[in-house]
Design a protein around this ligand. Sequence first.
Ligand SMILES: [Zn+2]
Length: 235
Amino acid sequence: MKIMLDAGHGYNTAGKRTVDGTMREWEFNSKVAHYVNEALKGYENVSTKYAHDTTGKTDVSLTTRTNNANSWKADVYVSIHANANGNGKWDSASGIETYVYTSKPKEALALANKVQDELVKVTSRKNRGVKTADFHVLRETHMTAILCECGFMTNKEEAALLKSDSYRKKVANAIVSGLAKQYGLKKKTVTKMEDKAVNNTLYKVQVGAFSVKSNADKIAEELKKKGYSVVVTQN
Ligand SMILES: [Zn+2]
């Protein structure tokens, strides 16, 4: 299945930053999109594309974003954002909300509910629920589309969370869990070779040391029967 990931805005998009100016919304959105993309690589039959410019230099227009999703024939569109409230001052509004289009498409609503539940579960932030809005990316996409607002840049406590890598990873994993639940995505089985490649370290298990080779071969045979891959070596 094809999943389009949309980190809202660009690095230089006006407004769109924490009250103290120490984080652009783009920094949060794009990092989360990156982590979602990385996590989705661990699932079978999933391909992904970004709706945004990964350098952040261009704030890709909303029309281009949705046109690209439509022409690629994405199955799902996930737009990632951080919220804001009030007029440029720290504010008490907090929590997480997920949006679907005003017509409440059935599949989008089901996906939004799952993602919203996961987001609240892993972050323990206030559950503001699944809401509807006439947002361009929800209206103009020809596929299931949701938009996640993952915390408020205008809330001091949440701004600090939005800046942290651990929070960004939690949010990304929650989005992936929601997608996996909705579409029954299966994790790829990690083979031992991949395991070795990832860690770049090889751990050996020694069962015994024998002065007579036939004794070593005998143990090796027993282990092979049990399904272990065995090598007899000589020191
Ligand atoms: Zn936004």
